[in-house]
Design a protein around this ligand. Structure first.
Ligand code: MN
Ligand code: MN
Length: 472
């Protein structure tokens, strides 16, 4: 084809106009790497459906990558790589660089590893009308109707009266039974169908069907409940009272699968926020940077407000930074002041099926790369970190220098809702922080969808961030 010279207007338009680009279309040299990276992510997702399981998986990966266990107060060495396991629900991974940590700060990369789910109540077991159920209390922001009539698995731990810890995982193996939440048949749902979605399934109806076979003894009542308890006792040594000291979660019994004929997307439970946790963990494992000190935080409790001693609002981040500073003889105030953070959490991908809630110019477009959110929050930017223009400028330059495709976005239209992230808890300790993350379709649903291109772009963003220079 004959090349025609570009007009002045065309050249100006290319130079001056901002555009989002579909990575699959514009960066075909990365296609193989994008698809290969997604395979490791799916394996991780299938093994890590709760924050506890995510910690176990990531510690195993850390070991393989030469990291050593560290505890608060332990010394650190330049060149060392460590993990700190905070109560099996919150994990820190860090590498001590060669630079002066007071002058150079720490490159902090944060994400959360808890996801919306249904927790068992402390006194969950009851029998009614030929069925045995577990009562649940939902965890995080869910559309409750989505959790009925799908296969659910139980994951968690029980601390028995004698202190022994029992791990529960049932419903994942093809030969395992699954659990189920009943819904009303359409034939009798005339009244239910008239209700708003948010009230059609009240929280107290999220009861898990767990049994229906009676214990064969005429002399006992609640035979089905007794039979369930007897199976639990045989398999795990659990008595009904042991649920008091248990954390058992009902999560979708689905595995991560490719979505679409072309396999561009991944459907899975818990992309929010393991789709960010995995890239930041692999970035610190794989970075070749040995100059800078880098630290990954994988927080618990984000979905319920980041409180508690494993949530990002705990002073544990400050304690870890201060402990590292003390071991290196550095002033912790300077360490924090010179640190920088990319806080990774998912954002809402623009969905043409629900275009009315998005402002298209400032929405995250699927497959257009990791999304930087200068601010989050709701209404008039309530409860936002709102990164400074200067820090956004720094990160933007870094991404450009390292060939990272990114986009910017807000979460939906103003005044239609909103949401926050852990970024504000990190900036609270005087660290420059900005949000980045993967756009998600159907966020918080039992099965969410992301693009493999955005997953890979987030990994590239964090590899670049490990190299960020400060004050030198
Ligand atoms: Mn999240
Ligand atoms: Mn979330």
């Amino acid at each position: 084809m004959k090349e025609t010279a570009k007009t002045k207007g065309q050249i100006l338009s290319e130079t001056l106009t901002a555009k989002k680009e579909n990575i699959f279309e514009k960066q075909t040299d990365k296609t193989d790497a994008i698809f290969a990276y997604a395979e490791g992510y799916k394996t991780f997702l299938n093994a890590a459906k709760t924050e506890r399981e995510a910690v176990t998986e990531l510690v195993a990966m850390a070991k393989k990558n030469g990291f050593r266990e560290w505890k608060l107060g332990d010394p650190v060495e330049r060149g060392g790589a460590y993990w700190f396991n905070n109560r099996q629900k919150n994990l820190f991974l860090f590498r001590i660089g060669q630079n002066d940590v007071a002058r150079d700060g720490v490159r902090i990369m944060a994400a959360h590893i808890d996801s919306p789910r249904l927790d068992l109540k402390q006194n969950p077991v009851y029998e009614d009308s030929g069925m045995c159920f577990f009562k649940t209390h939902y965890y995080g922001g869910i559309k409750k109707y989505q959790w009925t009539t799908i296969p659910l698995a139980l994951h968690g731990v029980v601390i028995l009266e004698n202190g022994e810890e029992v791990t529960v995982k049932i419903g994942e193996d093809e030969s395992d039974p699954i659990f189920y939440i009943n819904d009303l048949l359409p034939h009798l749902a005339q009244e239910q169908s008239q209700k708003p979605l948010g009230t059609a399934i009240p929280g107290e109806k999220l009861n898990l069907l767990v049994g229906g076979f009676p214990y064969p003894d005429e002399n006992v009542s609640e035979k089905i409940k007794l039979n369930v308890l007897s199976i639990l006792n045989e398999k795990y040594g659990i008595k009904e009272d042991d649920f008091i000291s248990a954390e058992i979660c009902a999560v979708p019994a689905y595995t991560a699968r490719d979505v679409g004929f072309d396999r561009a997307f991944i459907g899975a439970y818990g992309h929010d926020d393991r789709v960010c946790a995995y890239p930041i963990a692999t970035a610190i494992f794989e970075t070749e940077d040995r100059e800078h000190t880098t630290l990954v935080i994988l927080a618990d409790k984000e979905e319920v407000g980041s409180d508690g001693n494993t949530g990002m609002n705990s002073i544990i981040l400050r304690d870890v930074l201060d402990s590292i500073a003390a071991s290196l003889g550095a002033d912790p105030i300077l360490v924090r002041a010179n640190s920088a953070c990319l806080s990774a959490d998912v954002t809402a991908a623009y969905d043409p099926n629900f275009s009315d809630v998005y402002e298209a110019k400032n929405s995250s477009m699927i497959s257009c790369g990791t999304t930087m959110c200068k601010y989050t929050g709701s209404r008039g930017k309530s409860s936002t970190n709102d990164a400074s223009a200067e820090f956004v400028g720094t990160v933007r330059r870094l991404f450009k220098e390292n060939g990272v495709t990114f986009q910017t976005a807000e979460l939906g239209k103003i005044d239609l809702g909103g949401g926050g992230t852990v970024a504000k808890y990190i900036s609270h300790v005087n660290v420059d922080t900005v949000d980045v993350g993967v756009p998600v379709i159907s966020m918080h649903a039992p099965y969410e969808v992301i693009s493999k291109a955005d997953l890979y772009s987030t990994y590239e963003a964090f590899l670049a961030f490990c190299k960020l220079c400060r004050n030198n």
